[in-house]
Design a protein around this ligand. Structure first.
Ligand SMILES: Nc1ncnc2c1ncn2[C@@H]1O[C@H](COP(=O)(O)OP(=O)(O)O)[C@@H](O)[C@H]1O
Ligand SMILES: [Mg+2]
Length: 348
C-alpha cells in the first residue's frame, strides 16, 4: 500500500502531506479543490506518468520550476522530482538511472468519467489504455514503445519535409519494423489475456445478460516490413507513415455489435467500467493488488451500480476515492480528507 504522500508544487498545491490508510481513502470537496490532483500525484509517484495527461509539464504548479512527490510504498521510500526536461528518481535513498527497478514496485488502475472515451472516442484512447496496462505488466513495453515512437517521428518528419527526403527514409524502416513488430505482439497478447476478464466483469455489472468481447485490431499486416514497403507510394502522397502500431485499435463489442456505434450511453459506460475492472484483475496476476484511483465516478452510478462496482474490485486493493458529496455507502470505512478553500482537512 501507499503509506503516505507528500506533494510540493503539484497543480494547485504548494505543499501537502497526507497519511493514507489501507482500503478506502475518501477525498471530499467541491470542484477545483484538487481532488484529482491528489490522485494524479499518487499515479505519478508510482508510475512516473499521469493518468490524466500524456505530459507531466501541466502538473507543475504554475509559477514553479519543478515538482516533487515522495511517499512510502510497501516499506520503500519513493522520491520523484521533475522540472521540465529533467527528472530525478530515488528508491530508498538511492538515485535510479533507469526506472526499471522503481517501476517494478506498484501498479495503478485509474477510474474516471473520461473512461467512456475508450468506448466512443478515437483509437488513441484505446491505445493509451493498452499502453498503460503494457508498461505495468512487461518491463520491455516502455522502451519498445519509446523506440517505436522515436522511429515513427523521424520517419514522419522526413516524409513531411519539402521535398520529402525519401532516401533517408529507409534508415528508419528497420527500427520501425523491429520495435513495431514487438509492440504489436505485446499489445495483442495483452488483449488475449484481458478478454476473459472483460467478459466476466461486464457480466457481473450489467443487469442484462449481454456478452462483451474485445478483439485486437492490428495497424499492420502480419508481415509488417512487406506491408510497409507496399504503402510507400501512399506514404509519399499523404506524407506520413500509414501502417504500424500507431494505427492499432481495440474492437469493443457488446453482443457481437460494435459498441462505439451501437451501444447506448449506459452500455458504453458499463463497458468502460468493465475494461478498468478487468485491468485491476489482470494486475493481480502480476503482483500485489493494484492501487485503485476512483475519480468522481460514484456520482454517476446509481446505488446498485455502485455496489456492483465495489463488489467487483479487488478486495485487498487500496482505494483512493474522490467525490463532491458524501454518497458512498455507510458501510464503507476509511478516512475522509476534506478539501475546502484551498486547504485539506485531514481526518483525526
Ligand atoms: N499547473 C497548475 N498550477 C496551478 N493550479 C493548477 C494547475 N493545474 C490545475 N490547477 C488548478 O488546480 C485546481 C484543482 O484541480 P483538480 O485537482 O482537477 O480539482 P478537483 O478534482 O477537486 O475538481 C483547479 O482549480 C485548477 O485550476
Ligand atoms: Mg476532479
Amino acid at each position: 500500500m501507499l503509506h503516505d504522500l507528500n506533494l510540493t508544487n503539484v497543480r494547485c498545491f504548494e505543499s501537502l502531506a497526507l497519511r493514507l490508510a489501507p482500503g478506502f481513502n475518501f477525498f471530499l470537496g467541491p470542484n477545483g479543490e484538487g481532488k484529482t490532483s491528489v490522485l494524479e500525484a499518487a499515479c505519478i509517484l508510482l508510475r512516473l506518468q499521469s493518468q490524466r495527461s500524456s505530459s507531466l509539464a501541466p502538473a507543475i504548479k504554475l509559477g514553479a520550476k519543478s515538482l516533487a512527490i515522495t511517499g512510502g510504498y510497501d516499506g520503500h521510500l519513493l522520491e520523484f522530482r521533475y522540472g521540465g526536461l529533467r527528472r530525478k528518481l530515488q528508491l530508498d535513498g538511492t538515485e535510479q538511472r533507469s526506472a526499471t527497478e522503481y517501476l517494478r514496485l506498484a501498479r495503478v488502475v485509474s477510474f474516471a468519467n473520461t473512461d467512456i472515451e475508450m468506448v466512443r472516442g478515437s483509437s488513441e484512447a484505446r491505445r493509451r489504455y493498452l499502453d498503460f496496462i503494457g508498461v505495468q505488466v512487461d518491463p520491455r513495453y516502455r522502451p519498445t514503445l519509446r523506440a517505436y515512437e522515436r522511429a515513427l517521428r523521424s520517419r514522419n518528419a522526413l516524409l513531411k519535409s519539402a521535398p520529402p527526403r525519401l532516401r533517408e527514409l529507409a534508415a528508419y524502416n528497420l527500427p520501425l519494423v523491429e520495435h513495431g513488430a514487438i509492440l504489436g505482439k505485446m499489445r495483442a497478447n495483452i488483449v488475449v489475456e484481458l478478454a476473459p476478464f472483460v467478459a466476466a466483469a461486464h457480466a457481473e455489472i450489467s443487469d442484462s445478460k449481454e456478452n462483451a468481447d474485445i478483439v485486437f485490431s492490428s495497424g499492420n499486416e502480419e508481415n509488417y516490413a512487406d506491408h510497409l514497403a507496399r504503402t510507400r507510394e501512399q506514404e509519399t502522397r499523404l506524407r506520413q507513415t500509414i501502417v504500424g502500431p500507431h494505427r492499432d485499435d481495440l474492437d469493443l463489442q457488446v453482443d457481437g455489435m460494435e459498441a462505439q456505434a451501437y451501444a447506448s450511453e449506459g452500455q458504453q459506460r458499463t463497458l468502460a467500467l468493465a475494461l478498468k475492472i478487468a485491468q485491476a484483475r489482470l494486475f493481480q496476476e502480476y503482483g500485489p493488488p493494484p492501487l485503485l484511483l476512483i475519480d468522481d465516478i460514484f456520482g454517476e452510478l446509481d446505488q446498485v451500480r455502485r455496489r456492483q462496482l465495489l463488489g467487483s474490485l479487488p478486495r485487498d486493493s487500496q482505494k483512493l476515492v474522490t467525490s463532491t458529496t458524501r454518497q458512498w455507502d455507510e458501510s464503507l470505512e476509511g478516512p475522509v480528507f476534506e478539501l475546502r478553500n484551498g486547504e485539506m482537512f485531514t481526518p483525526k
